[in-house]
Write a protein that binds this ligand. Structure first.
Ligand code: URA
Length: 226
């Protein structure tokens, strides 16, 4: 017995669809945790905890259209059927800030494969530089969840998307806590099939390409390297 079912990404009452594949997840808990993240006085310990909570809420929304297959299950009382993920899921943290979002998503999808992508932003040019990728040459995952707390210019995301498309991934979903309007536009224009899930879209980038109002450097705040 194995029937595969598909949900659609437009179903959730919590996601406001900003454009065809762009969803801003709206929920009172998101608002509260995000406010704590933005607060410059939030300690690294609390910052990490709020990132984990937001990543959980974001992943819950972003995975609503995953396919499941029906499988038999025996309870202590009887035999019945239940659902099991039907696709191979890859969790792709962009190093290093993306690491802060890995554990909460893995808690939700323990069978996900974690493939790290190392991209840093050259502070002079604001361009992404890939320094780590160990994707195998074949057997791409079916669905890739790319996690990076900040989608600023979109440069790192575009580089990650290029790598994942070359790998042959069928469906890519980006999960970011805060995105800039400009970053979203870049990704949408270059990769219109990509779904983007964010907690908040901020209006601006400053002259050194940080998101404003934003929350500062997410990696530094997660890893206490300010
Ligand atoms: N990376 C961050 O951590 N913060 C920004 O505002 C932009 C990029």
């Amino acid at each position: 017995m194995s029937t595969t079912t598909n949900q659609t990404a437009e179903m959730s009452p919590h996601s406001q669809q900003i454009a065809s594949g762009v969803f801003e997840v709206q929920h009172p808990l998101i608002e509260c945790h995000l406010t704590a993240l933005r607060d410059a006085t939030t300690s690294p310990l609390s910052f990490r905890a709020h990132v984990r909570r937001l990543a959980t809420l974001l992943a819950y929304e972003a995975t609503q259209d995953l396919s499941i297959e029906m499988v038999p299950v025996t309870t202590p009382l009887t035999k019945t059927t239940g659902g099991k993920l039907a696709q191979r899921i890859g969790l792709i943290p962009i190093l290093r800030a993306g690491l802060g979002m890995v554990d909460p998503v893995l808690d939700l999808i323990p069978t996900a494969e974690v493939w790290h992508l190392g991209l840093y932003r050259d502070e002079d040019t604001a361009q992404p530089v890939e320094y780590y990728s160990k994707l195998p040459p074949d057997h791409p995952v079916d669905v890739a969840l790319v996690v990076d707390p900040m989608l600023a210019t979109g440069g790192s995301m575009l580089a990650a998307l290029e790598t994942l498309k070359k790998w042959g991934v069928g469906q890519v979903k980006l999960l970011s806590i805060i995105a800039s309007e400009e970053g979203i536009k870049h990704v949408e224009t270059e990769y219109p099939d990509t779904q983007i899930y964010v907690c908040k879209i901020d209006p601006e980038l400053n002259d050194v390409k940080y998101i404003v109002p934003g929350l500062g450097d997410a990696g530094d705040r997660i890893f206490n390297t300010l």
